[in-house]
Structures are given as structure tokens and as C-alpha cells.
Ligand binder design. Structure first.
Ligand code: ASP
Ligand code: CP
Length: 314
């Protein structure tokens, strides 16, 4: 594996391989000194043209736990403001010794472009426009499996009923998660008003519902999406209040869930819009576990891209 641009690059076997390797890095992360020498001498660059808290910091943490060096590029304080192009930026960072680029950009397809210019360095898609966010999907699959195992439930995703709720139209998380959950055999239902669904779902391995209450009662996992207002350039719901009334996971509505149903959210959350504050802190909400597992999943991805011959010893 040279790059991780889309979940489709991995296929079912590749997803399984990353999830399997993640177990080792969860174990490393629990050590008093959570560091292994696997990527010593490698340099990982975060190339972020869009805001991020979790993805950027967890990739940087993952790289450091693997003993790689890190470089952070933040567009606001870079020479992009003097007119430097993406290509020149990539070539400049490569000339400084970058071995891997983690790329986030507001336009779909940019990580593929960076891969074409990266002269042998690996590229990981950290979120491109509305298109894909593959490491988010990997950490979500890992979190569901682990959380179910910890509760004494069958961890396999095959046959699991997953509801993905909210602003699917603008969500790269939804696109990667549909691919990943379906590849592992889960049954995915998208729940949203028609205005927040992509206009054409041909080829998506999903069911669609506009009735959250009925779906909640029969799902094993509910995955809430943020209302991505920064990407909505017209009024797609009558008001946020009405959206919450019909599609938010309010405290009342959460009572419809089965006792062992899990609640996930990629973050950042809009508490009180797509998820009530007390639902976000319920024991079956595994949102902070998603973040913690995200570091280990990203260690697995960097290790597979840069150091598969390396050493996991402490
Ligand atoms: N953080 C995720 C993303 O960048 C989800 C979100 O922003 O709502 O796609
Ligand atoms: N979930 C996620 O990608 O969060 P950030 O946008 O903070 O990276």
C-alpha cells in the first residue's frame, strides 16, 4: 500500500488488516511510555488547508508514538498567502524530506493530485471536500467492534444495523463510512430529510428512511453527522430547531434505542442540534473512544505505509 486515499483502496481485506494491526497499537498506547521505534528517521507532514482538531493532532500523535519526525503546515501562516501553489508547496516539503503527507483540503480530489506530485512520498487523505475521510471510517469500524466486544456482544460488523443520520449530502465521513461498513457486511440506513441527502444514491449500498424514530428502535449503531452549515449555501431545513425536533438524537428519542445500541459522532459536535448534551455523555455514546482509537488506527495506517518491515518492540 503506497497511499490511503479512499476506503475503496483497501477493500475488505485491507480494512481487516488495518483493524487487526490497530489492536497492537492500542496496546502500545496503553504502555507507560507509549512509543515504539518503528518509523525512526521518517518524516510525516500534516498538510492542512482546512480546519481540524482531531485528525491533525491524532496523526501527529500517531507519528510521534512511532518515533517519526513531524512537520505541520498551516495554510493561514504559510507562503500560500504569497501566492504559492499547491504543487510548489508539496515539492518544497518533499525537498525537506517529507516521507508522508496527510492532506486535508476543501476540494474533492486534492489528495490524488498531491499523490501525483509527491515524488515517491505516501499520501493519506485526511478529508477532501464532501468526498472521503477514510481514516475516520476505519476508526469508527474499530470503535464499534471494540465497544461491542467490551459489552460482551458479537464484535462482527456483518449483519449489524447501522443508521447514519443527518447531513449526508455534505459529509465525507458518511461516504467513507458507507463504504467501510458495507464492506464489512453491515446493513446501513441513511436517515435524513430529502434536502440533506445526495441527489442520486445509485450504487450506494444503503436503505433510506425519513423516519428516525422507527429506525432507532431497530438499529445496533446510530451514527450522527454534524449539520455542516459552512457547506450549506441555501436553507436546506426550515430551521435548526425543526431539524432537531425531527432528526436530532434528543434525550427523549434516545430512549427508543435498544439498551446495547451504540451512539457515535465523528466530532466536532453541535450539542443541542444533532445530539443532546446528555446523550453525548451516556455510557453507550463512544465518542471519546472514537478519538482515542483514532490515534491507534492512524499509527496502523502510517506503519503500513511507511514501515511495514519495522519493529513494534518497546
Ligand atoms: N470532522 C469531520 C470532517 O472533517 C466531520 C465534521 O466536520 O462534521 O469531515
Ligand atoms: N472528525 C474529524 O475529522 O474531526 P476534525 O475535523 O476536528 O479533524
Amino acid at each position: 500500500m503506497k497511499h490511503l486515499l479512499s476506503i475503496a483502496d483497501l477493500g475488505t481485506d485491507g480494512i481487516e488488516e488495518v483493524l487487526h494491526l490497530t489492536d497492537s497499537f492500542v496496546e502500545v498506547s496503553a504502555r507507560p511510555i507509549p512509543k515504539v521505534p518503528a518509523l525512526r528517521g521518517k518524516t510525516v507532514v500534516s498538510l492542512f488547508y482546512e480546519d481540524s482538531t482531531r485528525t491533525r493532532l491524532s496523526f501527529e500523535t500517531a507519528a510521534k508514538r512511532l518515533s517519526a519526525d513531524t512537520m505541520t503546515f498551516t495554510v493561514g501562516s504559510s507562503s500560500v498567502n504569497k501566492g504559492e501553489s499547491l504543487r510548489d508547496t508539496v515539492e518544497t516539503l518533499r525537498a525537506m524530506g517529507a516521507d508522508a503527507f496527510v492532506v486535508r483540503h476543501g476540494s474533492a480530489g486534492v489528495p490524488w493530485q498531491v499523490a501525483a506530485w509527491s515524488a515517491g512520498a505516501s499520501v493519506v487523505n485526511g478529508g477532501d471536500g464532501w468526498h472521503e475521510h477514510p481514516t475516520q471510517a476505519l476508526l469508527d469500524c474499530y470503535t464499534v467492534r471494540r465497544a461491542r466486544a467490551e459489552r460482551g456482544l458479537d464484535p462482527a460488523l456483518a449483519g449489524l444495523r447501522v443508521a447514519i443520520v443527518g447531513d449526508v449530502k455534505h459529509s465525507r465521513v458518511a461516504r467513507s463510512n458507507v463504504l467501510a461498513f458495507a464492506a464489512l457486511g453491515a446493513e446501513v440506513t441513511l436517515v435524513a430529510p430529502p434536502t440533506l441527502l445526495p441527489p442520486d444514491l445509485t450504487g450506494w449500498p444503503v436503505e433510506v428512511s425519513h423516519d428516525l424514530d422507527t429506525t432507532l428502535a431497530k438499529c445496533d449503531v446510530v451514527y450522527l453527522l454534524r449539520m455542516q452549515l459552512e457547506r450549506q449555501h441555501e436553507a436546506l431545513v426550515p430551521s435548526l430547531r425543526e431539524y432537531t425536533a425531527r432528526y436530532g438524537l434528543t434525550s427523549g428519542r434516545a430512549r427508543l434505542l435498544a439498551d446495547d445500541a451504540l451512539v457515535l459522532h465523528p466530532g466536532p459536535m453541535n450539542r443541542g442540534v444533532e445530539i443532546a448534551g446528555d446523550v453525548a455523555t451516556h455510557p453507550n455514546a463512544v465518542i471519546t473512544q472514537q478519538v482515542a482509537n483514532g490515534v491507534a488506527v492512524r499509527m496502523a495506517v502510517l506503519f503500513l505505509l511507511l514501515g511495514a518491515g519495522g519493529d513494534l518492540g518497546g
